[in-house]
Write a protein that binds this ligand. Structure first.
Ligand SMILES: Nc1ncnc2c1ncn2[C@@H]1O[C@H](COP(=O)(O)OP(=O)(O)OP(=O)(O)O)[C@@H](O)[C@H]1O
Ligand SMILES: [Mg+2]
Length: 322
C-alpha cells in the first residue's frame, strides 16, 4: 500500500528525514514512534504531497507521489496532529462540510454521516455545536470525518496525544476496527504503549533516522536479557551506577533520579546481589525492579533518551471558516 525508498528531506542545511525506507502492507497498522522533532510529521507531509522530498521515492498503492498527487489524494486521508473542527457548526454539519469537500454524491451522504456519527458514538450529539465537545469527542469527530470518503490509507498524526487514558483506549478500538475493515493505517506516536497495543509493526525514529523496525516482540528481543531499574535521590545515583557496573558488568543509563541497566543475569539473582550491596552501603532507594524490556527500554538503549522527555499537550485549533 505504501513504499518509501531512501527518502531524504532537508530544510536548508538541516536534514529532518535522513534516508528513510519502509513498506506498509494493505490492512496493516504501522507506527512511527519517536520523540518531539524526530521527523514524524515531516514524513507524513511528504507522503501526502504537502512537502516535496529532497531525494528518494514514495509510492502510494503503486503511484509515484511526484506524478500522481491528485489520484493519491482520492485514496488517502489525514488526521492532523491538531484537532481541527468547525466550532460553530454541529457534529453533523462538520461531517457534511467535509463530505461536500470530497464531492460525495447527495444520495450517499446521509447514510455515511449517520454511520460516522454512530461510529464516533456521537449520534445523540449530532445537532450540538462541536465547540462544546470535550477533547475526546472532538478527536473522535475528527477521525470519522477523515473516513467519510472511505480512504484506503489513513494517516493519523499522534491520534491520542493529550487524551486521557479512557479516551485513548476508545480511540485504539476505533483504529483497530479500521484495520479489520481492510483500511491501512499509518500512525505516529510518542507513546510506546500505544505503539505496543496497536501496531503490527513499529519503526523507531530519532533525528530523522529509523533506528529500529519490526514487530513489538522483535523490537523487545533486540535488548535481550532484563532491565534493572532503580529510582533514588539524585545524591546517590552515581554510587548506585558504580555498583551496577561493578556487579552486573552492564552499561547504565542515568536520567536525573533514575538508573536503568540491561542485565543478563536472572532477575532474582540481580535483586539478591544488588539489594545486598545497597543495604551494606546504606544507600536508600525509592524504587527497585527487574523486568522484561519494553519498547521504551529499546529506545533508551538505542538513543540514550526516554521517548517522552517532553509531553505534547494537544492543541485544539478551531477553524472559523474555510
Ligand atoms: N518547514 C520547516 N522548516 C524548517 N524546519 C522544519 C520544518 N518542518 C519541520 N522542521 C524541523 O524538522 C524536524 C522534524 O520535525 P517534525 O515536525 O517532523 O517532528 P515530529 O517528529 O513530528 O515532532 P512532534 O512529535 O513534536 O510533532 C524538527 O527539528 C523541526 O524543527
Ligand atoms: Mg509531529
Amino acid at each position: 500500500m505504501l513504499e518509501i525508498k531512501n527518502v531524504v528531506k532537508k530544510f536548508g542545511d538541516f536534514t529532518a528525514v535522513n534516508n528513510v525506507s519502509f513498506n506498509i502492507k494493505k490492512g496493516e497498522i504501522f507506527g512511527l514512534l519517536g520523540p518531539n522533532g524526530a521527523g514524524k510529521t515531516t514524513i507524513l507531509n511528504l507522503i501526502l504531497g504537502v512537502l516535496d522530498q529532497t531525494s528518494g521515492q514514495i509510492y502510494v498503492n503503486g503511484m509515484d507521489n511526484r506524478k500522481k498527487g491528485k489520484e493519491i489524494k482520492q485514496i488517502i486521508s489525514l488526521m492532523t496532529q491538531e484537532t481541527i473542527v468547525e466550532s460553530d457548526l454541529t457534529a453533523k454539519e462538520n461531517l457534511m462540510l467535509f463530505a461536500k469537500l470530497y464531492h460525495l454524491n447527495n444520495d450517499i451522504i446521509e447514510e455515511r454521516i449517520k454511520n460516522a456519527l454512530k461510529e464516533a458514538e456521537l449520534t445523540e450529539f449530532a445537532n450540538k455545536r462541536a465547540g462544546t465537545f470535550s477533547g475526546g469527542m472532538q478527536r473522535r469527530l475528527e477521525l470519522v470525518k477523515t473516513l467519510i470518503h472511505e480512504p484506503k490509507l489513513i494517516i493519523l498524526d499522534e491520534p491520542t496525544t493529550g487524551l486521557d487514558i479512557q479516551n485513548r483506549v476508545k480511540m485504539w478500538d476505533h483504529i483497530k476496527s479500521l484495520a479489520r475493515l481492510g483500511i491501512t493505517v499509518l500512525l505516529t506516536t510518542q507513546y510506546l504503549e500505544e505503539a505496543d497495543a496497536l501496531c503490527d509493526r513499529i519503526a523507531i525514529i530519532d533525528h530523522g533516522n529509523i533506528i529500529a523496525m519490526g514487530t513489538s516482540s522483535e523490537l523487545k528481543a533486540l535488548a535481550g536479557g532484563y532491565i534493572l531499574d532503580i529510582i533514588a535521590k539524585e545524591q546517590y545515583i552515581k554510587q548506585i551506577a558504580e555498583i551496577i557496573k561493578k556487579h552486573m558488568k552492564a552499561e547504565v543509563n542515568i536520567a536525573a533520579d533514575k538508573i536503568t541497566a540491561n542485565v543478563t543475569k536472572e532477575p532474582l539473582e540481580v535483586i539478591g546481589i544488588i539489594s545486598k550491596v545497597l543495604q551494606d552501603s546504606k544507600i536508600p532507594v525509592m524504587s527497585f525492579g527487574v523486568h522484561l524490556p519494553t519498547i521504551d527500554d529499546i529506545f533508551l538503549k538505542l538513543t540514550g533518551k526516554q521517548t517522552r522527555d517532553t509531553t505534547g499537550e494537544m492543541k485544539t485549533k478551531f477553524v472559523k471558516r474555510f
